[in-house]
Design a protein around this ligand. Structure first.
Ligand code: NAG
Ligand code: NAG
Ligand code: NAG
Ligand code: NAG
Length: 398
């Protein structure tokens, strides 16, 4: 067992570190006495901690405020330190009012793309009413909840998922529940009115969750936060969650197999996917992932690509908690990485998650899909073609 070996190694390293620290303490103890053996008391004559400096960028500054408010040392008890003025400027009382501090506080606000301005004006609001809910969808206490990010017009993608990897019910003797996560469309975005059809779909399949916010790329973080909120209230007993896009193919059988093989302690902190490390913001306005320098500086924590990742229900509940302490960031998977970091967790890489697809020459090889967990991107017709390859017992893949 490589895990056991790793444990032994960690133990050895810890013991050696302990010995090393003992030696260090011993040496410094003897150094800290004068000739007669008395203690020399050293009093630092300068401040030895760094003063919190006001960040120049909008997101970082908002995060400094949240960190301050949630710091139990500073803000606990009655001795509540008075906030420095720059941290006490919280904007409108109602966080769902547009935040008109933004145009004055973001230096290049007027030059930013409209979609980023929209994000900034509304990023403090996290509560939106639910338009379609399925409060009883988890009554059966699912082993695996499949939460699929979709958009209203994607009827065909959702149907293909229902007919293939997202078929709810009992799969491999485990209860699987599927929900699709949707926002709204606004008349100003010139969408045709699909609400009648959506209502019909919800009635027919009882697997849609819809919230009343504008479903755009920078609002995907909102989708994440609202989902975690819903999960804590309506599905907290699900053992595992797979959250993914509606253009990924998931090998549900392999996922269940992997989950069944986990020890309890591994299962508890589980968060796996296609991990991206040492990334940072894109500064080109034309890119989908653009984030300006006036809003965020810094590197991203390791995060799992938003095409799809797998985590335990327990981690979902903790993420929901942590998300209150992290300012909404316009890139949803990076945001989830930030929340994980708050929890002291890091996403784990698994080579079965292929959010950047597999080599072209393997894409039509049935047996390849047997060993994959998730692959991006596949359309509805691909899904219907691939699924039988995964479930057919007669396909010989030796
Ligand atoms: C924030 O500012 C308001 C008004 O300026 C003041 O009443 C309040 O005590 C301040 N809050 C903190 C925590 O410093
Ligand atoms: C199916 O699952 C149930 C409980 O989850 C278990 O008791 C039963 O043995 C399983 N059956 C098979 C064939 O694995
Ligand atoms: C996100 O949704 C809210 C509520 O509909 C909207 O006001 C805001 O403009 C949206 N943000 C983006 C970036 O689309
Ligand atoms: C969420 O936070 C509250 C208070 O901070 C804590 O009591 C609770 O145990 C936390 N829940 C989880 C699942 O971590």
């Amino acid at each position: 067992m490589p895990l056991a070996r790793r444990k032994v190694r960690v133990l050895c390293v810890t013991m050696m570190l302990n010995v090393f620290i003992c030696v260090l303490v011993g040496v410094s103890w003897s150094l800290g006495r004068d000739r007669s053996g008395r203690h020399k008391v050293r009093i630092p004559f300068k401040r030895f901690w760094r003063k919190q400096e006001q960040s120049r960028t909008f997101w970082n500054r908002e995060q400094q405020r949240l960190d301050f408010l949630h710091n139990p040392v500073i803000s606990g008890g009655e001795s509540l330190a008075k906030l420095p003025d720059w941290l006490n400027d919280t904007g409108p009382l109602d966080p769902c009012e547009p935040d008109y501090r933004v145009p004055t506080q973001v230096s290049d606000y007027s030059k930013l793309p409209q979609r980023f301005q929209d994000f900034l004006l509304h990023m403090r609001c996290r509560t939106y009413p639910m338009l379609i809910n399925q409060p009883h969808v988890c009554d059966e206490k699912p082993f695996l909840l499949l939460a699929v990010k979709s958009l209203i017009p994607h009827f065909d993608r959702r149907q293909a998922i229902r007919e293939t990897w997202g078929r709810a019910g009992v799969v491999a003797n485990r209860t699987v529940v599927t929900v699709f996560l949707l926002g709204s469309t606004l008349p100003l975005d010139h969408f045709p009115d699909l609400l009648g059809m959506l209502g019909h779909e919800a009635e027919l399949h009882k697997d849609l969750l819809q919230w009343d916010y504008r479903d755009t790329f920078y609002n995907l973080t909102l989708k994440e936060v609202l989902f975690l909120e819903w999960f804590s209230q309506s599905c907290p007993q699900a053992r595992f969650v797979l959250k993914g896009d509606d253009d990924v193919f998931v090998n549900t059988l392999r996922i269940i197999e992997l989950l069944e093989g986990l020890s309890d302690s591994r299962a508890k902190d589980l968060f796996i996917g296609d991990v991206i490390s040492d990334a940072g913001p894109h500064r080109n306005q034309k890119l989908k992932y653009f984030v300006p320098e006036s809003v965020f500086v810094g590197r991203y924590p390791p995060y799992a690509g938003g095409g799809g990742y797998l985590y335990s229900g327990e981690v979902a509940l903790r993420l929901h908690n942590a998300s209150r302490q992290v300012v909404l960031y316009p890139i949803d998977d990076v945001y989830t990485g930030m929340c994980l970091k708050k929890l002291g967790l890091a996403p784990e890489r698994h080579s079965g998650f292929r959010t950047f697809d597999i080599e072209e020459k393997f894409r039509d090889k049935p047996c390849v899909y047997r060993s994959l967990l998730l692959v991006h991107s596949r359309g509805p017709q691909d899904m219907l073609a691939i699924w039988p390859w995964v479930v057919q017992p007669e396909l010989d893949c030796q």
